[in-house]
Structures are given as C-alpha cells and as structure tokens.
Design a protein around this ligand. Structure first.
Ligand SMILES: [Zn+2]
Length: 468
C-alpha cells in the first residue's frame, strides 16, 4: 500500500513559469440548451498541467495494458469525442488499477478510469456514460475555472488523494483532506457535465440513460462496500442529486429508441479485469458473476480466457476444447485454443487450431498472431510479418504484438521498422523515454517522404505533446 509519507508533499510543483502560451477560444457549437458559455483558456496551459500530472501518474499508478480492455475504452472515448465534433487525438484514455470506484479527468484531455469501477458496470453503455461525463468536464474546462486551486495543488498530493479512496488509513492526511476540499467540482459544474454528457451520448448513438444507469451502479456498490465516495475530479460528488436531475432531463426519451450496439464481449472484458485484480482464481471466481441464461459453451470459453490470462494454459485448453465440442463454428474458440497450445509448445497443434479459426473467420486476430509465431518458429519471417500486421489492424494497442513485429522486422534486416515497432512497444508499455529513443533511431534510419517516416513523426509528436 502506498503511504502518504512516501509522497513528495514538500516539493510544490511549479507551474507558474510553464503557464505561458497562446490563447485561443474553442468552437461553441455543441451547447445544450440553458448551459453557460465556456471560458477561454489557452490549450497549452491545460496540456502542460495534464502532462505533468501524467508524469507523476506514470510513477505511481499501475496502468492496465490488456489490449482488449484498453482498446475498448479508447474506442468508446474516441467515438464520443468524434461524435460531438472534437478531435479524438486530443484525448488519452487510461485504465489504472485501484479499488476506488472512480474516474477522473485531468486538464488537457487525460481521462483515467479505475479498473474497479470498470468491473462494476453492467454493460458497455454504462462505461460510455461515465466517459461522456469526464469528456464534458474537459471540454467545459471545469478544472480550470479556478486556476488558483489547481496551481496550489501538488500533483503527488493529488494522486495520493485519488489513491487513498477505499483505504481509510491512508486518507487521514490533513493536507490531503484540505486539497480534496479545494478541488471539488461545484454542483453547477457537475450538472453541466451531466447535461453535456447526455447530449454527447445521443450524438454518439449511445443510450443517454446509460449515464443514469452508471450512477445507480456506483451508488449501489457505494452503499454495499461503504467506500467513501471519491470527490476529486471525480464522477460523482452528489450521486442522489445527480440521479434526480438526470431523471428529469431524460424524461422525454422514448423507450422504443434504438441505439448503437458497441461490438464487445462484455463478459470477456469482465473476466480480464477479474484476473487482473487477482491472478490466482478458481473457476467459480472467474465465471461466477454469471448472467442468467448464459450458454454452456460461453461459460467454458470465459473460463478458458480467465485461466489463460492467469497464465494457466493447461486448464484453459480443456475449457476451450469443451466449448468447441458444443459449438465448433466459433472462430475465437479455435484461436484461443491455438494461443494456449502454442504456449504449451505444441506448435503443430497450435497451427492446426489457428488454421481452423481462420477458415471460420479469415480476419481472426488471435489466430493471425499464432500463425505469425508459428512462421517465426519455422524461420519464415516474411510470412510472420504479414500475419502480425493483419492482427495489428484489429489489436492496435497490443504492446506484445508490436514487440513481435519489431523482432520479425529485425530478422529480415528492416532496421527502421524494427526501431519503429520497438518504439510503439515501449509507448504502449508506458515507457515514453525508451519509446522516444527507439523512434528517434527509426527517424534516422527511415527514407524521408515515405509512409513510415510520417508514422514515426506522428508518434514522436504525440509523445512530446502528450507525454506518452
Ligand atoms: Zn464530474
């Protein structure tokens, strides 16, 4: 457990010198009726503060790297930003480990979500609701409406406040409490964030009621666990009030409305999160959150995923085989089986299973990953590369896949691509310094004016601008 004494209370972060920059106002085309106008704040100030917070967060938070989890959160967040007419590249979405039922936005478009909160949501729409609310805080510059509050705060202290939730022994620090009080969003800001969130959700095609549902879920667990409701930059200072307001706001919606169905196996995400929280699990703990009417093959599949992510491929293989016996036509059953067979050194079995998966779905990314590894094993790096590249289209945030590509390009002597993918690997592994070293190396090696040179430049700019 992190203790307050470990944190650098006595080193105030000096922002004042960094707070210079050119001011410009934001477009005002998305105002819900009756809301106040946005204040004009230079973007660079927000970015500077957010980036400094991120540097501290990289030291103190444990970031979730599971590509299926990170990809989902990013895709939903980006969809919402895009739908409201914003630039998704101005946002970063992170899932961090922690028992706090919290999500928070930091100026500059950095949005953090604790895995505990994510694991409590009943469906992907509730996640969309919370993300929309946090995006609204960023868009409306709520954290910057009283800049003095932010500037007075020590970033390490802020993180301690966030981390301390649910751990009462840590939360007792007087300074933390004082800073916490200072940093609450006002009731008006929360109401405005909810109003904007509803409008964003509608534009993105999500059910706007999902925000209300997410608050109900949080309130339920809040009562159940007796966690103190987190406040700082948080989603829910006054759950009861907010639920009441939202009820009124959402009254007009018709129950027959049809909404966008985000393509995700929510149960699989839940299993990934469970294993992430607690690596050694029995079968009941993995699939015991059971939904009514879940099919037997899905249960085997989910148990397999849980075992596989906990590093227990023997058990996973049995589960996948049971799932395939019931329903042989699902490509991902064969692909996951292949993945585990490969871990258990059965290259031939793995190849057979992957081929079967690809016959059922020629794009199946896990099957392509397995084929890539099999081809590497067979000394055919060019075939490996084409399979890894196909997998990457579907799993762009998979850091291990980037590493595989770096190694494969290394084998065929394409040094610029090797360095580029090493850079991508480090970036997705939350190591910005190592990422930059590799990307600068790639920049020196690449032929100017090529597609790859633009990709390298973009990566470097994003890291320099956004901190990761
Ligand atoms: Zn809020």
């Amino acid at each position: 457990m992190k203790t307050i004494s470990k944190l650098k209370w006595m080193i105030p972060f000096i922002f004042v010198g960094l707070m210079l920059g050119c001011a410009y106002s934001r477009p005002q085309n998305d105002s819900p009726k009756g809301s106040s106008g946005s204040s004009k704040i230079p973007l660079s100030k927000e970015k500077t503060l957010g980036r400094a917070f991120l540097q501290e967060a990289l030291k103190q938070f444990q970031f979730v790297k599971d590509p299926e989890v990170t990809q989902m959160v990013q895709n939903i967040g980006r969809r919402i930003v895009q739908a409201k007419g914003g630039n998704p590249d101005n946002y970063r979405f992170f899932v961090v480990r922690g028992s706090s039922l919290n999500a928070f936005a930091v100026p500059g478009g950095y949005i953090f979500l604790f895995d505990s909160l994510l694991s409590k949501f009943k469906n992907v729409d509730e996640l969309a609701g919370v993300l929309a609310h946090e995006i609204a805080h960023v868009e409306r510059n709520h954290a910057f409406q009283d800049q003095n509050k932010i500037m007075a705060a020590n970033l390490a202290a802020l993180i301690a406040i966030i981390l301390s939730r649910g751990e009462p022994a840590v939360a007792a620090g007087g300074l933390a409490a004082a800073a916490d009080l200072q940093l609450r969003y006002s009731r008006e800001n929360e109401a405005e964030a909810d109003a904007y969130a509803v409008s964003y959700l509608k534009k993105a095609g999500f059910n706007p009621r999902s925000l209300l549902e997410s608050l109900r879920t949080i309130a339920f667990y809040d009562r159940l666990t007796n966690f103190e409701v987190p406040i700082y930059f948080s989603t829910h200072p006054s759950l009861g009030d907010r639920q009441g307001h939202l009820e009124l706001m959402l009254k007009e919606g018709s129950s027959s409305d049809r909404f966008y169905e985000f393509p995700v196996d929510w149960e699989k995400i839940q299993v990934s999160l469970k294993v992430g929280e607690q690596p050694i699990l029995d079968r009941d703990a993995i699939v015991g959150f059971g939904q009514e009417g879940r099919k037997k093959e899905q249960e085997h599949y989910l148990a397999g995923i849980g075992y596989r992510k906990a590093g227990r491929c023997q058990e996973a293989v049995q589960e996948y085989q049971s799932a395939i016996k019931i329903l042989p036509e699902r490509a991902e059953f064969h692909a996951e089986l292949a993945y585990c067979q490969l871990q258990l050194q059965g290259v031939l079995e793995a190849k057979n299973s992957a081929v079967k998966a690809l016959q059922l779905d020629s794009e199946q990314p896990i099957a392509h990953m397995v084929m890539g590894k099999v081809f590497l094993h067979e000394g055919r790096p060019n075939l490996a590369i084409s399979n890894f590249e196909t997998a990457l289209v579907h799993r762009p945030t998979d850091h291990l896949l980037q590493l595989q590509l770096a190694q494969s390009y290394g084998q065929v002597g394409e040094e610029s691509r090797e360095a580029y993918y090493m850079g991508r690997f480090f970036r997705l592994d939350f190591k910005p310094r190592e990422a930059l070293t590799e990307l600068f190396k790639a920049q020196d090696l690449v032929k100017p004016g090529t597609d790859l040179s633009f990709k390298i430049k973009k990566e470097i700019e994003e890291i320099l601008h956004g901190g990761i």
